[in-house]
Design a protein around this ligand. Structure first.
Ligand SMILES: Cc1ncc(COP(=O)(O)O)c(C=O)c1O
Length: 440
């Protein structure tokens, strides 16, 4: 048995960190003590640029006073009320405001506390909808390779990230995966690729194999985020929409990363002109300040489930103790107000062309094998050195020492600047990354 890196009386001993190489971290901790605007400060007071908007969740930058004050006020008035059979007014207001931002037809909003819970909620809604319509045999789900839908049982089962699947057994039965859309023909294409819309036809193959009447839903991220920003090929999402409609399969978009402006519109569904039946969101709904997520469904889906239940019975036996927590609702309302008043998403449209051009300019650098991006999401993929992912992790580690927090997904280095970043700050993030890739 190998010894723990730190003794049990060490302050860093007890916290088992999520999605972290804990041994390495304990040897060389990366501690963040404070944040303001687009900067973090480490425990020595040194500044670091936030190149990934937290985990894609802080588009407005850190420490917005309006959000903090709204949460504090809410906590003074009402810290908690049970969300089952009781409601708080702010939850209804937030749901209304979210619905106003969503594509037309998605008007019913169910709150959860994380993107993972939103994904599992969406899958359960799909199953129950079909049951309520007398098509209870529709139990299969179609996910996609390299998709990420969080870590709960439904989400990882439909997800296609190998590392997130391999330790946990077989997962949900009846799940198949479309091929991913990261194809050679589109390498170095910033924005949507010209090739690969026909990859959506994989869904037809599953229809032929299993029968459409066994498939409940197909779930994809419009842009796959956690496996390194895989932008959909032109026309791909529309094609998926058409196939789902043709066969009565519900289409779920997981917009946990893309929701709230990352692509320049409120939701990627609007950017790519394809409206799902169910849409999950999280992260930027509260600018990352308080955990919150949500699932929006087409009116008819909620109506069918509701109508199928006898009077005075709960129609959807699902929910979380902290669904629509008052503090999260207050944070959400304050965040959405800023998005409206500051026209935040048009800033993405203004910043994106230059950002994407700079990401694209890594083409031709030794060791760079692809660049991709859309809106304020960009990735540079480097050739592995050692085991896959080692070089990416090493760059992430060195970036911290060089004043930059970014994401690595295997050997993809991902930048997702806060929308509040200036062009100069974005260029600085890019320059640090360029230097580190050169040195790696
Ligand atoms: C597309 C997508 N879905 C779901 C999740 C899971 O969200 P959470 O970590 O809040 O559970 C994430 C997290 O990054 C995500 O990117």
């Amino acid at each position: 048995m190998s010894a723990a890196v730190r003794p049990s009386n060490d302050p860093l001993f007890h916290h088992w960190m999520p999605f972290t190489a804990n041994r390495q971290f304990q040897e060389q901790p990366r501690l963040i003590a404070r944040a303001e605007g687009v900067y973090y400060y480490n425990t020595h007071g040194e500044k670091l640029l936030d190149g990934s908007s937290g985990l894609y969740c802080i588009p407005l930058g850190h420490g917005r006073r309006e959000i903090r004050e709204a949460v504090a006020k809410q906590m003074e008035e009402l810290d908690y009320a049970p969300p089952f059979q009781y409601g708080v007014p702010t939850a209804f207001r937030l749901a209304t405001e979210v619905a106003q931002m969503l594509p037309a037809g998605l008007n019913r909003v169910f709150f959860t506390c994380s993107g993972s819970e939103a994904a599992d909620t969406a899958l359960k809604v799909a199953i129950q909808y079909h049951r309520a319509r007398g098509e209870g045999q529709r139990m299969r789900f179609i996910g996609r390779e390299r998709g990420y839908h969080g870590v709960n049982f439904g989400g990882w089962s439909v997800g296609g990230m190998v590392a997130n699947r391999k330790s946990f057994g077989v997962g949900l039965p009846g799940v198949s995966h479309l091929r991913h859309t990261h194809i050679k023909e589109n390498y170095f294409q910033m924005g949507e690729g010209e090739h690969g819309a026909d990859l959506a036809d994989d869904l037809e193959r599953f229809v032929n194999l299993h029968g459409a009447d066994t498939i409940a839903a197909c779930i994809v991220e419009p842009i796959a985020g956690s496996t390194g920003i895989l932008v959909p090929p032109k026309g791909y999402l529309k094609r998926l929409r058409e196939i789902c409609t043709k066969h009565g399969i519900l289409l779920i978009f997981d917009e946990v990363i893309t929701g709230f402006g990352r692509t320049g519109e409120a939701f990627a569904a609007q950017t790519f002109g394809a409206t799902p039946d169910i849409l999950t969101m999280a992260k930027a709904i509260t600018n990352g300040s308080i955990p919150m997520a949500a699932v929006a469904v087409r009116d008819e889906i909620q109506q069918v489930i509701q109508d199928a239940a006898p009077a005075n019975t709960i129609e959807f036996a699902h929910g979380y103790t902290y669904s629509a927590h008052p503090a999260a609702c207050a944070a959400g309302l304050a965040t959405l107000k800023i998005y409206r008043e500051e026209d935040t998403f048009s800033r993405v449209k203004a910043l994106a062309p230059d950002f994407l051009e700079q990401i694209g300019s890594f083409k031709g650098m030794p060791g760079v094998i692809d660049t991709r991006g859309f809106g304020l999401l960009g990735a540079v993929e480097v050739t592995p050195k050692g085991k896959p992912g080692e070089r990416g992790f090493e760059i992430l580690r060195k970036a911290f020492e060089n004043g930059l927090v970014l994401r690595s997904a295997g050997d993809n280095l991902v930048l997702a600047p806060p929308f509040a970043a200036t062009p100069d700050q974005i260029s600085e993030m890019i320059d640090i990354l360029r230097r580190l890739i050169k040195e790696s």
